[in-house]
Design a protein around this ligand. Structure first.
Ligand code: 5AD
Ligand code: SF4
Length: 483
């Protein structure tokens, strides 16, 4: 992959007009910006810094790596501080409170810009796909330099260039796209693990969810491109990959030569040197037996399945447009457990969806107890305008939802620590991720089931898979010993 990019860069003559074709076009603008950057550095007598702030899900985290890759190619230097020369917020709009927080922080960036008038501020991601958001920023946050959405992040270099030459706010939001632009630089957060997009968008239209409106229709990447990317990563030291998509088990349906998710998993399994495969997020309605079979026979697919249930009530699931019943879900979990007795489950749950009764909520608690989740991401329902649920009658009063939310947390915690206790004393493989932030004599690693283990060890272990005895279970993590 790296070599490919070098080829692209050297082929570009910046005196020519911008090429039409992507990604060549973006390398052209990156080259122009490199020249600008050299002049800026000389003018200021220092490096120019950038800071990427990521809100929301794994897909955004992956997009942010691409943004960082482009900025580093231009010549910016990464910093942890928001007092940087280029700050970009990659936003999320799944729940309302995320939006409110972003507005507050853009205001703060405005103050920083007063101290450094050359500072550039960019906003991108899901929130920017909403018209009312862009309108508000144009009106109340005039100091923002560049705004783009979810479909054109590959275009950031061109948009920065437009901003520099036009000297006014640049806004470029695409309503939809069928384009997948590959082979742009990307700056990975970890050396040894990486996310890989396998598909973009979502066609499910769960009635509470804004994602299909801001991320567009489902589009799958070609399996050859995915495998090539993974092979490149493994050659650079990656041992664990996470296949990413809003609904991974509907992968491949839109390809010219359709491929199933089960088939893709088998292809990924064959990549030599790769040790662990994870995926996120599967939808229970599409979790087929062939995927279970592939998981059962795989040596690399991790025994952790994130399987969002959202609610345990068949009645609510129908109104949520989830297309499975409580029984379907429990049955699926049972089939996975039968094939992989060691499987551990995590989930997403929404509390206080319109019309949720005490009985519906009890069904959710029942599912939590029956599945025995290792952890659950629990959310208070948040009304998203434009979604069918936003205009539903009988919205649940906030106090009722909050009271249920707290009850749910207790049950989730009980279920999580019970599950973790089952493995106390066992020896398991751990991928060492980092030095422990609180105790320098410890390192922290992750089990196949996604739980963390802290144990005595040095930095040289980072990126390695080692055997660790899970000596003491602390509820949601372990204290272990290297064996
Ligand atoms: N309110 C609360 N939670 C939501 N999610 C998606 N939309 C909403 C909403 N409107 C949750 C779902 C999803 C996760 C990523 O966010 O649980 O699985
Ligand atoms: Fe949203 Fe449902 Fe699509 Fe997930 S599957 S992104 S919850 S619409």
């Amino acid at each position: 992959m790296k070599e490919n990019m070098m080829d692209l860069i050297s082929r570009i003559d910046v005196k020519q007009d911008a090429p039409e074709k992507e990604p060549e076009r973006q390398y052209y603008f990156m080259d122009l910006l490199k020249n600008w950057m050299a002049a800026e550095k000389e003018r200021l007598g220092r490096d120019l810094t950038f800071n990427v702030q990521t809100f929301g899900c794994q897909m955004n985290a992956k997009d942010s790596e691409k943004l960082a890759g482009i900025l580093e190619t231009i010549g910016y230097v990464a910093t942890d501080s928001e007092a940087a020369d280029f700050v970009i917020y990659n936003t999320c709009t799944v729940r309302e409170n995320a939006n409110t927080r972003v507005y507050g922080r853009i205001g703060y960036l405005g103050n920083l810009k007063k101290k450094n008038p050359d500072m550039k501020i960019a906003l991108c991601g899901c929130m920017m796909q909403e018209e009312h958001v862009v309108a508000k920023i144009k009106e109340s946050y005039r100091f923002v330099d560049v705004i783009f959405g979810t479909h054109n992040i590959f275009k950031m270099a061109e948009l920065i260039y437009d901003r520099l030459t036009s000297k006014k706010m640049v806004v470029d939001i695409w309503k939809e796209t069928d384009k997948i632009v590959e082979e742009l630089p990307s700056e990975r957060k970890f050396e040894f693990k990486a996310g890989v997009n396998i598909m973009y968008g979502c066609n499910n239209f769960c009635s509470y969810c804004i994602v299909p409106y801001v991320r567009g229709r489902e589009r799958s990447r070609n399996p050859e491109d995915i495998i090539k990317e993974i092979e490149g990563m493994v050659a650079n030291g990656v041992v664990e990959i996470m296949l990413l998509g809003q609904n991974v088990n509907s992968y491949g349906k839109t390809l010219e030569n359709p491929v199933t998710f089960a088939q893709l998993l088998q292809m990924v399994e064959k990549v030599e040197g790769l040790r662990r495969i994870r995926f996120m997020t599967p939808h229970p309605k599409d979790f087929s037996d062939d995927v279970i079979e592939v998981m059962k026979n795989s040596e690399k697919i991790c025994s952790h399945i994130h399987l969002p249930v959202q609610s345990g009530s068949t009645n609510l699931l129908k109104i949520m447009n989830r297309k499975y019943t409580k029984e379907d879900y429990l049955n699926l979990v049972d089939r996975i457990k039968a094939a992989m007795p060691h499987a551990s489950f995590t989930t997403d749950i929404i509390v206080g969806f319109p019309g949720e009764t005490e009985e519906d909520f009890e069904d959710t608690l029942d599912v939590v107890r029956k599945v025995g989740y290792e952890a659950a991401y629990t959310f208070l329902y948040s009304k998203r305008s434009g979604t069918p649920a936003a205009t539903m009658e009988n919205q649940v009063p906030e106090e009722v939802a909050k009271e249920r939310f707290n009850r749910l947390l207790k049950v989730v915690q009980e279920s999580g620590s019970k599950r973790a206790m089952e493995d106390e004393g066992k020896v398991m493989e751990v991928l060492v991720e980092e030095k422990n932030s609180q105790d320098g004599t410890l390192v922290t690693g992750r089990l196949s089931n996604n739980l963390l283990v802290h144990f005595k060890g040095g930095e040289e272990l980072i990126g390695q898979i080692v055997n660790v005895k899970l000596s003491e279970c602390k509820g949601f993590y372990y204290i272990g010993e290297l064996v």
